[in-house]
Design a protein around this ligand. Sequence first.
Ligand SMILES: *Cc1c(COP(=O)(O)O)cnc(C)c1O
Length: 395
Amino acid sequence: MSALYGTYARSELAFVRGEGVRLFTEDGTAYLDFNAGIAVNALGHGDPHVVATLKRQADKLWHVSNIYTIPEQEKLAQRLVDATFADKVFFTNSGAEALECAIKTARRYFWDKGERDRVDIIGFSGSFHGRTTATIAAAGNPAYTEGFGPMPGYKHLKPGDLSLVEAAIDEKTAAILIEPVQGEGGVTAFSDAYLKGLRALADKHGLLLIFDEVQCGYGRTGRFFAHEWAGVTPDIMAVAKAIGNGFPLGACLATDEVAKCMVPGTHGSTYGGNPLACAVGNAVLDRIEAPGFFEHVEKMGHVLSRHLHQLMQRYPDYITEVRGKGLIAGIKITPPVRDFVQRLRDHKLLTVAASDNVLRLLPPLIVNEAEIEQAVSIISDAFAELEAESASAAE
Ligand SMILES: *Cc1c(COP(=O)(O)O)cnc(C)c1O
């Protein structure tokens, strides 16, 4: 019996070492990692620059609290500001905390302006924003909110239809919150037109637009942030997962106009943005910002998409849709996805399920063409195996 909370249906599989796109068990068995710690290990496992930076910083200084100036944090914030729409950054330890900061910033912005009833956040079904009480409320997935008490101040709409959003906006609406590419919900990439439309509605009604790029951001779609494809910017954005490549780090980014309401006393975090986390964050960003990095992701995204479409042609009874953008990809399959993830694991390929019976592929962004081909061939073998099993069952 494990001493841990029973919140996860964990596999017995345990890894002791990682290298690039591969993970190894104690007995040396290699697994191809197309999960990357759920879109976290963007640089794969054991990136030499990040590891060396962590070791160097570990010898110097870990933590001092945000009572003092943290040069590594100032530097990372400035680099994020230089590379995005944002003027200000608040560092957290996780994605949910980045969303908490985003929601608090949006509400406080209107409170500051004297519009104190403007607190409602419009969210969308299929969203995932984390597991704190505010973030489960924001996503509104009953599987995650049930039994955790009342959570007023959130509305939920079916995504994809701008008229539904316009109809839902009233004098209490503060912000619209969306993932440009939904991850957990089934790898749904929203169209440029839809994201532009949300921006236009926010502007028309004086609301704030919040993008949750915790999973789809930081290079995964082939741009630094997924919303860049649509040519629109949010007022507030939540970032995490890949930002620390596995070191717990997150960030809430905002425009100056919005962030200026967050004065001393309004928010805080003991660990958030500590020297160790931000040294790692800077090293990760060195690698992400290197020339050709996004181009590589875009190219590998096309390779993966092409292979998945070919696979769908080969197994039309098993694959009904290819979804995603860049290296956040998914296939909607007909066999139960959790069993299929297990089957792939038996074939030494690591993937992760998403809602809507979608098999989600989130390889490290450093993945190469040969590794993509290997993964796709394992998936193909697994479907062939299913086919053979159902043929023999029919005999
Ligand atoms: C993972 C995720 C979160 C929550 O991040 P945590 O670090 O688990 O708190 C929020 N939003 C999206 C889109 C995510 O994928």
